[in-house]
Design a protein around this ligand. Sequence first.
Ligand code: G6P
Length: 607
Amino acid sequence: MCGIIGYCGPRRAAPLLIEGLRRMEYRGYDSAGICLGAPGGLALIKTAGKVKALAEKVPADLEGNCGIGHTRWATHGLVNEQNAHPHTDIQKRFALVHNGIIENYLSLKQELQAEGFVFQSETDSEVLVALLTGLYRGDLEKAVKEALGRVEGTYGLACLCIDEPGLIVGARNGSPLVVGIGDGEMFLASDYNAMIAHTRQVVYCEDGEVITLTASGFRTTDLANRRIEKSIDHIDGTGAEAEKAGFPTFMEKEICEQPESVDRAMRGRLSRETGSAVLGGLNMSARELRSVGRIRILSAGTSYYAALAACYMIESLARIPSTAELASEVRYANPLVEPDTLFFVISQSGETADTLFALRELKRKGARVLGVCNVVGSTIAREADGGIYIHAGPEIAVASTKAFTSTLTAFLLFALSMARSRDLSLKAGLALIDELSAVPGKIQSLLDRRQDLDLLAQKYLWAGNFLYLGRGINYPLALEGALKLKEISYIHAEGTSSAEMKHGPIALINESFPTVMILPQDSLRGKNISNLKEIKARQGKVIALATAGDEEISSLADDVFFIPPAEELLNPLLAAVPLQLFAYYLARRLGRNVDQPRNLAKSVTVE
Ligand code: G6P
């Protein structure tokens, strides 16, 4: 949610800032801007629209070796050039980029206006610039600390002052910030991907820290001016994973990577010797795991739907009562922390504010909270007591796909290990390992038939609404299928349990309101077929995802896409893929920007 980048060094800053913003555009993409300490003063260039539009506006010969940049996801104020960051004062002495929300900005703004400060935007962020102008006495770091002492809310920020060329001051409270240490140059960004082409040496900033950066180094202090020693982390990867690799979109690439990403989530973690899974990152002894009496999983968006499915897996395999909850709700519900409850938070990005703040609230109450994250070194991954990395590789498209199936895989492994330490037999454990090992190949076989889903999408291009139905462990899949469709195609879709349809959604059904039914050959097949017939009796069209060989479904549904047979708990790993592809092809055929759908952001670091 908003990308921030800063650079100090010997090179021209502008192209480096633009490149960094491009790599962070998934965080927000409604407007962008940069500001550099150039020879004649601060050079400010902003635009509504994407980073590409900004790049076109930036002169190729723009001088300046120290600068800041921003790509925005609007919170306060319309999407336009004025509200784009960086923000400066009228005299252009200070420039600032901000990610987060200043909650007391209205009262501060009124106060600062009364003192004569002229605001140029509708943003909450601009009050920080106004505070700096009033507090600055020749020391930007000091002024930033004083200004932050007056604001309530969350921030990741970076700022410059014309009187202190070559210096950037950054600060973090609730929104990520990472320092990159280059060779004679320094970076500051909200995501290390922004600088991965230039350095692998990074330092993660924590809440309450202020970073003062020049080309030759950085120092970290707290708001009370105490020095903080930081350790340097090394980032793996080349950044090449974040390229499209010949695919027309990141989303298609990421959908097609799933045979490999699911395999990576399992690699080195399955033991045929014990018929179990080995998850070293949980940081819990066998005895501690054995004494878990309840599991609660908190998350948001697609990760929440993964959590719902995970509960089925854990309850059914390990027989431990499990619930999935929205992190945003738990945080403010004064959550009960019982001694035998193990909490999980799921977050692909590891930065989602709702999930992070719920984690902190639980930890404050003494809960043990494990994280299931994709981004290594992300805030949630670092603050959790332990967890499982899903190792899906960078997910750039805003709509989550491979992270979803990798998270499901991680929870299958967790459920297996918990079950094996309880009453699942070695034989049953080994059978599940065999089934799991076959999943990547089965996903590949689905991808090989993806043109059929494109044809299906073409056939249903006329539809303005869709209902998605599933039951049991496929109920969360119905929710996820509907979410994928609305996120990227803007077609209204709602998901529910097949059984719940008769309690309301059936009122929507007619010949122009098609239903996507996840209808594998499982223990609930008969019930699902009854629901399918109820839809047909009302002239509703049905697209079914059925198990290969289940020919009866072909005679009942209008269209069928077959998925390979699998053990019931593994069905979601297979059903997810055609649901993603159906949404993808519909959106593409409607001409949507599937990688950067309107109004959304990949990583939502505000509440
Ligand atoms: C945003 C994204 C969703 C994502 C959700 C949770 O809303 O647009 O695709 O599922 O955040 O993200 P997380 O990184 O916490 O899994």
